[in-house]
Design a protein around this ligand. Structure first.
Ligand code: SF4
Length: 361
């Protein structure tokens, strides 16, 4: 398929299926940027209500730049991958300070902002400013790997560079934004993993994988290491007033800077399998010891509640939740504090802890 035929077929298709999404209402780079960051690892349907709420609260670069990080996290709560919003906030602050609130128009300036990768640069600059810069996400990698039968591992940086070069050669300078969005949309809805819908594809005539029957084998990706499993005991410690003991996570790493219920490596394997009937066993004695150490005093009572599993990209938490009644002598030190029921909205928690609160409400 000639380059011109391919781009025309793709653009014609996109113009018929294009959805009317809130961030597509204008060419303003700020909402486009916000949406692109939210859409990384998150589905469009999930993003829409978060996007609307976020834009209402922070409608401009200056409004977001002036906001406190804790408040911004609250408006992101539930979307996960919190490093995205921390980086976005830092980058927006730099745009306000260095560029007077105007999002830069060059690849180099935009790429130099904290946490802004080549995909985001390509997406924002092509959609908002029409610059012919590729925006290669997982969907685009898959489409291009199949169209041209690329047999390299798509997880490799050099494969991504190769795909960026191919897209740069295809991208029409007058419709750069639409072209990038069309490729992403094709990957998200037609050229999907495992069972692509080739009979509905506007590029089927020129697709090398389809014509050789290899569409389901591609793209090639070396399997990842399986995630590490961590068994942890979680304590919902209450004081006499019904306040709950919470702690802040470190500023770096998993769920950095968010709040959580205290949790610890399970003292012995098999805590995850505990049930009510096992609470008098030796293993539960070890759980008592962990709670004792946390409170610097013997707890009054510990009750098993239930097990939770929470999957991150590199680790799986298997959590066993206990409600712990203390003796009222415990004075928390940083990073711990008591939280009353009315203060819950002031703190941002990871998803699994919000689930625990919802289950216990
Ligand atoms: S023909 Fe099939 S494999 Fe090729 S781009 Fe279209 S959906 Fe993907």
């Amino acid at each position: 398929m000639e380059k011109l035929a391919l781009t025309s077929a793709l653009l014609d298709w996109y113009r018929t299926v294009r959805r009317d999404l809130p961030w597509r209402k204008s060419q303003d780079p700020y909402p486009i940027w916000i949406s692109e960051v939210m859409l990384q690892q998150t589905r469009v349907e999930t993003v829409i209500p978060y996007f609307d709420r976020f834009m209402k609260q922070y409608p401009t670069v200056d409004a977001l730049a002036a906001a406190q990080e804790e408040d911004v996290l609250k408006y992101w709560e539930g979307l996960g991958y919190y490093s995205r919003v921390r980086n976005l906030h830092a980058a927006v602050r730099e745009v306000a300070a260095k560029y007077g609130g105007e999002i830069p128009r060059t690849y180099e300036e935009m790429r130099a902002l904290p946490g802004v990768g080549p995909y985001t640069v390509g997406a924002v600059l092509s959609i908002a400013y029409g610059l012919p810069i590729p925006a290669v996400d997982g969907n685009v990698l898959r489409v291009i790997a199949r169209l041209f039968v690329l047999e390299e591992d798509i997880a490799h940086a050099r494969t991504r560079s190769k795909v960026e070069i191919i897209v740069s050669e295809l991208i029409p300078s007058e419709f750069a934004g639409d072209f990038n969005q069309a490729l992403m949309e094709l990957g998200a809805t037609v050229c999907i993993p495992r069972t692509p819908k080739c009979t509905e594809c506007p590029l089927a005539v020129g697709c090398a994988a389809y014509s050789s029957g290899r569409q389901s084998e591609l793209p090639y990706k070396k399997s990842k290491k399986p995630p590490r499993i961590e068994e942890r005991v979680v304590f919902l410690v209450r004081n006499a007033k019904g306040d709950v003991l919470i702690r802040k996570r470190p500023d770096k790493g998993l769920l950095s800077g968010l709040w959580e219920l205290p949790h610890f490596s399970a003292p012995t394997e098999g805590v995850f399998q505990l049930t009510e009937s096992h609470l008098t066993s030796e293993r539960s004695g070890e759980v008592w010891a962990v709670a004792h150490e946390l409170l610097s005093d013997a707890p009054r009572q510990i009750s098993f509640v239930r097990n939770y599993t929470h999957v991150f990209s590199h680790v799986i938490w298997k959590l066993t939740l206990f409600v712990v009644e203390g003796r009222g002598t415990f004075i928390p030190q940083s990073p711990y504090t008591w939280m009353s029921a009315s203060q819950r909205e002031q703190y941002t928690f990871g998803q699994v802890f919000n689930k625990i609160f919802a289950d216990l409400d």
